[in-house]
Design a binder for this molecule. Structure first.
Ligand code: NAP
Length: 265
């Protein structure tokens, strides 16, 4: 039998596979919750960061916090992800001020919980505008520039509710399922351009978004999560750095579930 001997990467290369020094990452909804934590995590691994949020003051505060703490550059950009002109302007501003965008994290979002028959059309539209339309617009704007530079990685923040069902979240769950599917299609279209596209599907994480849940909902979630608690925003840092870096170089079109075991049941 012929022995197959393949050279292993050097120890230095393996240790450095999460290194993002000099890369540029654009993160939407980065002024709060998961986006803020993921921006901090990417900066701690060396990336320069564009903090995109619809609240300019919050984006500025977060950019200051990140550049002071990590020593990398952080740029605050005000944009509503559901507006085409805002997305185009934000993309151009980041290209101009920080350079080619290597990492795009589509994270901006919100949720409204109630039975489907009680939703107004405006509420349904607002959920799809931020999640689906916003993800589409940024994937298109930044994707064009990534195609031209023939490299990049896109990470779309979906949800476990894009994979499984729960009551009182029909428009949100439908929007998150659309993000999972948009991610897979884009992974196929972008692969030949050297661009990887994945989603992260968080379970219940303690952020301003989930602090709005009624206490009986929070108690039920805690009871039914195998790890027995809500996740913390910092627990998204490892997954986003992994998908943004060389550590995941053969992963595209996947959805990484980060839910304390909730969907394993
Ligand atoms: P968060 O703390 O409320 O942060 C969301 C951020 O997005 C806020 O700064 C928000 O600004 C911003 N944003 C909302 N709409 C925007 C728009 N149209 N344009 C620009 N920015 C906008 O919520 P989070 O929990 O970190 O959620 C982040 C993402 O994770 C969302 O996509 C959410 O669906 C997803 N997710 C969260 C959980 C969880 O358990 N926390 C679970 C699964 C998925 P405002 O404050 O002005 O609204």
């Amino acid at each position: 039998m012929t022995e197959l001997v393949t050279a292993l990467p050097s120890a230095t290369a393996v240790r450095g596979q999460n290194d993002l020094t000099g890369r540029v990452a654009l993160i939407t909804g980065a002024g709060s919750g998961l986006g803020r934590a993921m921006a901090w995590g990417l900066a701690c691994h060396g990336a320069n960061i564009a903090i995109v949020d619809r609240d300019a003051a919050i984006a500025e505060r977060c950019a200051r916090e990140i550049s002071n703490g990590s020593g990398t550059r952080a740029l605050a950009v005000r944009a509503d992800v559901s507006r085409e002109d805002d997305v185009e302007n934000a993309t151009n501003r980041v290209l101009q001020d920080l350079g080619p965008i290597d990492i795009l994290v589509n994270n901006a979002g919100h949720n409204i919980r109630k039975p489907l028959i009680d939703f107004s059309l405006a509420e349904f539209d607002s959920l799809h505008e931020v999640h689906v339309r916003g993800t589409f617009l940024f994937c298109r704007a930044v994707g064009r520039t990534m195609q031209a530079q023939r490299r990049g990685t896109i990470i779309n923040i979906a949800s476990v509710l894009g994979h499984i069902a729960a009551k009182n979240v029909a428009p949100y769950a439908a929007a998150k399922a659309a993000i999972v599917q948009l991610t897979k299609v884009l992974a196929l279209e972008f692969a030949e351009h050297g661009i990887r596209v994945n989603s992260i599907a968080p379970g219940y994480i303690d952020t301003p978004l989930t602090r709005q849940h009624a206490s009986d909902v929070r108690d039920r979630i805690t009871r039914t999560t195998p790890l027995g608690r809500f996740g913390e925003a910092r627990e998204l840092i490892g997954p986003v750095v992994f998908l943004a870096s060389e550590a995941s170089s053969f992963i595209t079109g996947s959805s990484l579930i980060v839910d304390g075991g909730w969907t394993a049941q």
